[in-house]
Write a protein that binds this ligand. Structure first.
Ligand code: ZN
Length: 153
């Protein structure tokens, strides 16, 4: 941020936040933590298997059906379809076992990731509620139409 930014009018925060870069960073870190302790790697380097899986995850994330409103991958119900079932299983295993270690190594990031996951559950609940309301409204409209028809007869 430049020192002049405080003199500029405050911009409205964007409606939809793009969390993908943050999630990518989190996944990369988690993979690193996991691979270092399970596959004996160190530093930026991951073993070939983890590197390949990570590359797959990154490309699939760019093509996510939800776009930037996507839930975090380890909370998404389409992980299997998206990554392939074998890879999804491996991915979830890494994220689960890695996340425990993340609390020790990168506690702030781990907590944020956890919160993002909880946000997804809430968002899904809201979505379902909206859908239910829509169905109810449709049923009501259909009933009213039926009634109108009857009245005309
Ligand atoms: Zn590895």
């Amino acid at each position: 941020m430049s020192i002049f930014s405080r003199f500029l009018p405050k911009r409205k925060p964007p409606e939809v936040k793009n969390n993908i870069p943050k999630e990518k960073a989190n996944i990369k870190k988690t993979f690193g933590v996991y691979c270092h302790s399970h596959h004996g790697t160190s530093g930026e380097k991951l073993c070939p298997k983890c590197t390949a899986l990570l590359a797959t995850v990154m490309t699939r994330m760019n093509r996510c059906r939800y776009g930037i409103t996507k839930p975090i991958c380890d909370k998404c119900e389409f992980t299997g379809e998206c990554f392939g079932h074998q890879q999804a299983r491996e991915f979830l295993k890494i994220m689960q076992s890695g996340s425990k270690k993340m609390y020790l190594k990168h506690p702030v990031m781990a907590v944020k990731h956890k919160l993002a996951g909880m946000g997804v559950d809430y968002a899904r609940y809201e979505q379902q509620k909206k859908l239910d309301d829509k169905v109810k409204a449709k049923e009501k409209a259909a009933k009213e139409r039926a009634k109108d028809r009857k009245d005309k007869k």
